[in-house]
Design a protein around this ligand. Structure first.
Ligand code: SF4
Length: 331
């Protein structure tokens, strides 16, 4: 492919996100000039190696779903770079994205609305396999049946319709569909939050097993810290569009640096009635991303805020072992 905008990067990361920003216009003049915008994702950077899972956590509205969609280019980034398998795909056109889209899949939160209701399970899973010519035509059915088996779906489900299944089984169909085209990277956008608690563990265990068997890389978006702790190798904490802390699971859980991460983690229930929880209660609501506070975006709720926090945004720095955070207190 000879395109001068394809840059090659010397990195062992399967996915590298550099200073990614995504804004949505919310007010325009009559001539179409944008006068107000919502900054959903702002200056987010990280690297992910093949086979790893990055858990993205944060409250509703912090930008984690927009980040996932911007990585897949379902939302075109406003600025920043997305480098996938060494290629800068940020400005790829849809024709160039065709093969990349096969390698980057998404599993949505709602298994009820994300699969076509009028197709059988066999039809839902066969279509992407045929479109992307994953196997020869005569092998498609055997390929799909094998995939269904890997995803815990019985072979006689092949002729059944989505409405005949429970939420957990439908999510297995969604997972099978995402994996049918042999992707490298899967964005899991709250894949278990619409399911009963008893089913969540089964789906998480299935995702872990399939990751090992197929060497998949996951970006796992969730507001459930226990789930993220179980499945992730690295964790990114988002607040109002910024990634305020990033590092390995061990570093983030044993030594959370950012006051927001400390507050989030203090809310994780501990299964021992004798252990006293030192919960940090944050005051106020998350501000609007259409009108974020100056300086550190967390200063309106931070228990340690100083005068400088209201004026200057803290620098995002590496405090060792790739454990990064943005806070004036850290120096
Ligand atoms: Fe709190 Fe200031 Fe650190 Fe922001 S920079 S997290 S307001 S102490």
């Amino acid at each position: 492919m000879a395109d001068e905008r394809i840059f090659q990067y010397n990195s062992d990361a399967i996915l590298e996100v550099q200073n990614l920003r995504k804004c949505f216009p919310i007010k325009k003049t009559i001539t179409g000039k944008v006068t107000q915008e919502l900054i959903a994702v702002d200056d987010v950077s990280f690297k992910l190696s093949a086979g790893e899972t990055l858990g993205i956590v944060g409250e509703s509205g912090c930008g984690k779903t927009t980040l996932g969609r911007a990585i897949l280019k379902l939302h075109q980034p406003t600025s920043g770079r997305i480098i996938f398998e060494g290629q800068d795909i940020t400005d790829y056109k849809s024709s160039q994205m065709r093969e990349i889209r096969r390698k980057m899949q998404i599993i949505f939160q709602d298994p009820y609305s994300s699969i076509p209701p009028r197709s059988t399970v066999g039809g839902i899973l066969s279509e992407p396999v045929s479109v992307h010519k994953i196997v020869p035509k005569e092998q498609v059915k055997d390929y799909v049946l094998d995939l269904m088996d890997k995803c815990g779906l019985r072979d006689y489900y092949y002729e059944r319709y989505p409405h005949e299944f429970s939420g957990g089984q439908r999510q297995r169909i969604c997972i099978a569909r995402a994996l049918s085209v042999q992707p490298k990277l899967v964005i899991c956008d709250e894949p278990v939050s619409a399911l009963d608690v008893s089913i969540q563990a089964q789906i998480i265990n299935l995702l872990k097993k399939l990751q090992k068997d197929m060497n998949l890389t996951y970006v796992f978006i969730s507001h459930d810290l226990s789930v993220v702790k179980f499945i992730s190798d690295k964790i990114g904490v988002m607040y109002l569009g910024n990634m305020v802390e990033y590092g390995t699971k061990a570093d983030i859980f044993s030594n959370p640096l950012h006051p927001y991460t400390q507050a989030l983690f203090s809310a994780i229930p501990y299964p021992d009635p004798d252990v006293k929880m030192n919960r940090i209660i944050l005051k106020g609501d998350i501000p609007s991303p259409a009108n974020p506070p100056r300086g550190c975006r967390f200063h309106t709720r931070c228990p340690y805020a100083k005068d400088i926090c209201k004026e200057a945004a803290p620098e995002y720095k590496d405090y060792g072992n790739g454990h990064c955070a943005a806070c004036h207190l850290l120096g």
